[in-house]
Design a protein around this ligand. Structure first.
Ligand code: G3I
Length: 347
């Protein structure tokens, strides 16, 4: 008996052959395969058209994309009834050619609305009844145009304030809170197969916002309104603590039957860039992906731009930047490599 045990012990102690160690993925598409999720990026459509290197890396690395601005209302209907789809179409067509799925961003928001709409509401020339029909037509037209081509829509974006109250946007002011259920119903009618999300920032840690968003979801579900997922934007900064309870917050929404998506991940820093700051940034990216893949319902992690060459951060946060996983020359930063090291998790 003893020789057999010795032999067994020797076999178990022997190093695994090289091919048995699953090597780290070589790029983000392989990373997505490792974890069985979508790994995406927001797309700057001007760069998509004009910059061959930007386009090449986008299509090599990502199996999912979100139009950063091209599908927002001011972009698709700058004049009432006059639709300009070329930019949105460019993102969708590039995705089709490059085996990428698409997140539609965003149908109902308080920002980047066309001037004809905001001024019409402000001067009273558009009353509540007309505003509701305008919103219905907008959702029906846009979702209908991309029926079967867009996997998921950010139906409502940033509808909860930091204190947990509903955001006083033009929709709430003139239509009442029912506009949220209406938006989801109209989107579902226009494309019954699209997954419909509520999307917000600071949902990773802001308790009043988390509680109100959970209540909104439960209320919609109690009305039989089709809502399928929640998007955590994930705009982080290394000057702030990492939201350490993020995975548990994801689980609270998952427990309602929702799909989870990290929809706009970036990790900014106060400039200048230093190796230490890049190392901290890498850790934040690694933790965000680890949190996502530790929750079975988390199916998507999208970067809000993959290169510092086209990041929204410098224009919005003075003195801050370097928020992406690649630099202005599309060279991978430590954060990119950190993502590739995240091991498969038991989900
Ligand atoms: O298209 C015009 C151009 O014609 C004009 O010359 C130029 C200068 O005024 O402005 C251009 O529009 C800019 C637009 O981005 C397209 O580049 C707007 O000024 C600028 O405000 C807008 O910023 C976008 C921001 O949303 C607006 O709130 C950012 O690119 C975009 O990354 C950012 O994305 C949002 C998500 O949609 C929702 N979550 C938060 C996230 C960050 O704010």
């Amino acid at each position: 008996m003893k020789p057999l045990l010795i032999a067994l012990a020797l076999i178990l102690a022997a190093p695994l052959p090289a091919h048995a160690h699953p090597r780290d993925p070589r790029d983000l598409r392989e990373l997505a395969q490792r974890h069985g999720i979508k790994v995406g990026s927001a797309v700057d459509v001007a760069a998509l058209r004009a910059e061959a290197d930007y386009r090449k890396v986008l299509n090599r690395e990502f199996n999912h994309v979100t139009a950063e601005n091209a599908m927002k209302w001011e972009s698709v209907e700058p004049q009432r009834g006059v639709y300009t789809w070329a930019d949105a179409d460019a993102v969708v067509e590039n995705a089709r050619r490059n085996r990428q799925q698409v997140r539609g961003h965003t149908l109902v928001w308080h920002n980047q609305l066309p001037a004809w709409l905001t001024s019409g509401v402000a001067d009273g020339s558009i009353d509540a009844a007309e505003l509701r029909s305008i919103l219905r037509d907008h959702i029906t037209t846009q979702v209908g145009r991309y029926k079967g081509k867009i996997r998921a829509w950010d139906v409502v974006n940033e509808v909860v304030e930091e204190d947990g109250t509903l955001r006083q946007n033009i929709w709430l002011t003139h239509l009442g809170p029912g506009y949220i259920a209406d938006a989801f119903r109209w989107a579902h009618r226009a494309d019954p197969r699209a997954k419909l999300f509520i999307n917000d920032y600071n949902l990773e840690w802001n308790q009043p916002k988390i509680e109100t968003t959970l209540s909104i979801v439960k209320d919609l579900q109690s009305q039989g309104v089709p809502i399928h997922g929640v998007g955590f934007q994930g705009h982080l900064g290394i000057q702030y603590d990492y939201p350490g309870d993020w995975a548990n917050v994801m689980r609270r929404f998952a427990d309602l039957g929702l799909e989870i998506a990290v929809t706009e991940l970036d990790v900014r820093m106060v400039l200048p860039v230093t190796p230490d700051k890049l190392a901290t940034q890498a850790d934040y990216y690694r933790r965000a992906l680890t949190d996502c893949v530790s929750v079975k319902a988390c199916k998507e992690l999208t970067l809000w731009g993959y290169t510092d060459r086209h990041s929204w951060v410098p224009g919005w946060f003075e003195g801050e930047g370097s928020a992406c996983v690649m630099d202005e020359n599309l060279a991978p930063k430590p954060a990119y490599h950190a993502l590739l090291t995240v091991p498969r998790q038991r989900r």
